[in-house]
Design a protein around this ligand. Structure first.
Ligand SMILES: *Cc1c(COP(=O)(O)O)cnc(C)c1O
Length: 373
């Protein structure tokens, strides 16, 4: 075989870790579904993007920043980190910016995990964390959900046995939308082995009740809070999020992060969005109405939605087989939703809650598709 025709894996010698990884696609994007179907989706409610859009102030700031796009963004993210520090009552040296939580998850895994190091999470939790753990050769230890919640007690027990450097929990949770009281999270954090860090993914913090949110008392605790502008702030495409973490960890990230990885449009948009509290409040209030509507829709279908502290609902379809069929039937009708990956969570489909006209259309489509499965 000439070298030109040889498959890639013969020509290149990947690192041992990457060479051993199976090909993986953590998320099939809606764009790929559209290409596959040869037509546009009518409703994009599968990735918890906010179809309310970004705040008008954020959009104006981003348009203005686009005119300066020939300049790199501030790699220290000074203005935004100061604003975030003020919002959370911490010092700006305890704020790290990233291109979304997904980026920060990868950085924290890289910061801590040597090949073979144990890591603890829930079976069926948000998949990007696992993706990064595998990419750096960590060993995942998982515990199943209990009653549609991440099982903090089981996480506690396995963490004390495996002594992982990282324990990952999303609160509120994705894919189920459930949440734990901050005291339960504080207890988990306090019980962890001395060298463990709790990566607390708070992507849905803006939608959560006060009691769900552990105070970022980062100096004493071994807790990293991860937040994003992708959900309530409606800026998923801008790719910007942050961690509230002990200063030593922020300094650790400074050794490995992609310094110009956050673009200046995103920085400007995030700062403006932080300043538009009433817009975010209005989105959260409308999502609350939408969740009530979807609960009533479920009731009319003889089922329920799982009570949610996020911008999505898990609609109980009864079984994994039926849920998969419903996801397929909805896609046929141009409606993109996703579903949890493991039983018994996979008896549900996950629907993002958007503005009222979209909700009315979605309800019609679900009612029709429900009859087909
Ligand atoms: C949406 C989501 C993310 C992704 O956040 P980005 O900031 O867009 O990377 C992370 N974690 C959870 C639990 C999510 O639902």
């Amino acid at each position: 075989m000439s070298s030109q025709n040889r498959p890639m894996h013969d020509r290149w010698s990947f690192s041992q870790i990457v060479g051993a990884l199976p090909p993986s696609v953590p998320f099939v994007p809606p764009e790929a579904l559209e290409r596959r179907m040869g037509r546009a989706l009518r409703l994009r409610v599968g990735a918890n993007e906010s179809n309310f859009g970004a705040s008008p102030r954020a959009r104006a700031a981003m348009r203005e920043a686009a005119d300066g796009i020939h300049w790199y963004g501030d790699p220290e993210g000074y203005a935004l980190r100061e604003a975030l520090a003020q919002k959370h009552g911490v010092h700006s040296s305890e704020i790290a910016l990233g291109s979304g939580i997904d980026d920060l998850l990868g950085l924290f895994v890289r910061l801590f995990i040597n090949p073979g190091d144990p890591v603890v999470t829930s079976l069926g939790a948000y998949p990007t964390f696992n993706y990064h753990v595998e990419g750096y050769g960590g060993l995942l230890h998982t515990v199943p959900y209990r009653d549609d919640c991440e099982d903090l007690q089981a996480l506690d027990e396995i963490a004390r046995r495996k002594e992982p450097k990282l324990v990952y929990v999303a609160n509120p949770d994705n894919p189920m939308g459930t949440w734990h009281h901050r005291e339960a999270l504080a207890a988990l954090a306090a019980n962890l082995p001395e060298r463990s860090v709790l990566l607390l993914d708070e992507a849905y913090a803006d939608f959560a009740p006060e009691e769900a949110l552990l105070n970022p008392d980062v100096n004493g605790a071994r807790v990293v809070h991860l937040r994003t502008f992708s959900k309530a702030h409606g800026m998923a495409g801008a790719r910007i999020g942050y961690a509230i973490a002990p200063r030593a960890l922020v300094e650790g990230l400074d050794k490995i992060r992609n310094h110009f990885g956050i673009n200046r449009v995103a920085l400007a948009g995030a700062l403006a969005s932080l300043g538009d509290v009433s817009y975010i409040d209005s989105v959260v209030a409308d999502v609350e109405l939408g969740k009530e509507e979807y609960a009533r829709l479920a009731q009319s279908l003889g089922t329920r939605t799982v009570p949610s502290a996020t911008n999505f609902v898990a609609l109980d379809v009864g079984s994994g087989t039926r849920a998969r069929a419903l996801v397929g039937a909805l896609l046929e009708r141009g409606v993109f939703v996703r579903m949890p990956s493991v039983a018994p969570l996979d008896r549900c489909i996950r629907i993002t809650v958007g503005p009222a006209p979209e909700r009315a259309l979605l309800a019609d489509e679900v009612r029709t598709a429900w009859q087909e499965v």
